[in-house]
Ligand binder design. Structure first.
Ligand SMILES: Nc1ncnc2c1ncn2[C@@H]1O[C@H](COP(=O)(O)OP(=O)(O)OP(=O)(O)O)[C@@H](O)[C@H]1O
Ligand SMILES: [Mg+2]
Length: 360
């Protein structure tokens, strides 16, 4: 799958620009704030119908404008496909494929597989468990549509159950039968989600370990550990056990929405005990593992977006990365960098066809 062309209008700081891309490596170089990351984000938008960086859709419209539009032309198995994502103030976001409007964006997820590696990934290390669950869900969803449906359904039932708990508290009442309707659904969905996450992480962790070994040059050992209350007790027991607590707190305190993924370096949390370069290597390995996993499962090589990847990495680690790119593992790659000459030097070493876009 190749992105041949993109046309961007009023997206963030981009007024109107179009690009024709190289099949292998494309680099955007230019000063801070010129809009390099915004172009990657526009490419991301076509795959996920949302921004990787700014979740508030309307804030992605260029200041002072009324709409944005991103149009991408892809080559998929010899066919040309056109995907358009647009948003007009006061209206709903629209996503079209070959002129046909999607009813549900979730139908589009996984159709144009893509992995982004960006400094913003640091949130995965420093933020709460929610960010890491979203990461797990994102990787699985790109190649398992039923899983995404389960997660959406679980979250909906969860908020209904929480609303009911609030209602009970406000009205000093309780109705076990009513609550049971939601429990049954949470048990079914939660158990399935747990099993899928567990199976996924059993496959994913060895891939991650291997990627870290390559990126770091076998420097240090790292760990990726799935933590779920469902490892100890099943969902039904968990809900029963936490009922009194849930009634007091007026929300559901147990379930797969409490899962976490622990990032470790030499058995200690990387958040506290990893250097900046080690954290960055960890995140790169995580994303490269995501890339390989999606590629294996979906049989389509995802597009790879590398945002400011060379910063903070020592020369050895950059070389290891380039060696990876040299192999035939990747198809199309988009890179941003502030140093035009550094990028060109590094890219040349990969012996792959490339195009450099100098933004000004
Ligand atoms: N909705 C918007 N309207 C106008 N400008 C916006 C909007 N959202 C973001 N921007 C601007 O886009 C610019 C940032 O662009 P971007 O992050 O792509 O820069 P960059 O070239 O990647 O820079 P760096 O080298 O620092 O990473 C900022 O000046 C920001 O204010
Ligand atoms: Mg940037």
């Amino acid at each position: 799958m190749i992105l041949k062309k993109i046309f961007i209008v009023n997206f963030k700081n981009i007024h109107s620009r179009s690009f024709e891309f190289e099949e292998k490596i494309n680099c955007f170089v230019g000063e801070n704030g010129i809009g390099k990351t915004n172009i990657l984000d526009a490419i991301y938008y076509l795959s996920f119908a949302k921004s990787y960086f700014n979740p508030i859709a309307i804030q992605n419209i260029k200041h002072g404008e009324a709409f944005f539009m991103i149009e991408g032309e892809y080559q998929i198995n010899g066919r040309t496909e056109v995907v358009v994502s647009s948003l007009k103030k006061g209206q709903k976001k629209v996503l079209k494929r070959n002129g046909k409007i999607y009813e549900k964006f979730s139908d589009h997820i996984g159709e144009l597989p893509l992995v982004i590696i960006s400094p913003a990934d640091r949130d995965l290390v420093i933020e709460g468990s929610d960010t890491r669950r979203k990461f797990i869900d994102g990787v699985i969803s790109q190649q398992d549509k039923n899983y995404l449906k389960d997660v959406i359904a679980y979250n909906k039932v969860l908020s209904q159950r929480n609303a009911l708990l609030k209602y009970f508290a406000a009205n000093r009442t309780f109705d076990a039968l009513n609550l049971d309707v939601y429990n049954t659904k949470l048990i079914e969905l939660g158990t399935r989600i747990f099993e899928t996450r567990n199976t996924f992480l059993n496959k994913f962790t060895p891939i991650f370990n291997e990627k870290y070994r390559v990126v770091s040059g076998e420097k240090e050992s790292v760990g990726l550990v799935y933590k779920s209350q469902l490892e100890e007790l099943d969902m039904e027991t968990l809900l029963a056990q936490s009922l009194e607590k849930d009634k007091v707190l007026q929300y559901t305190t147990a379930g797969i929405h409490k899962d976490d993924l622990s990032f470790e370096i030499g058995d200690y949390p990387i958040k506290k005990f990893g250097s900046q370069g080690q954290q960055k290597s960890f995140l790169i390995a995580l994303k490269l593992a995501q890339f390989e996993f999606i590629k294996k499962q979906s049989k389509v090589t995802p597009i790879l977006l590398l945002d400011d990847i060379f910063d903070k990495l020592d020369e050895h680690r950059v070389t290891h990365l380039i060696d990876l790119v040299k192999g035939n593992d990747f198809s199309q790659i988009f890179i941003t960098d502030t140093h035009a000459s550094r990028t060109e030097d590094v890219i040349k070493k990969s012996n792959q066809p490339y195009k450099i876009f100098n933004l000004s």
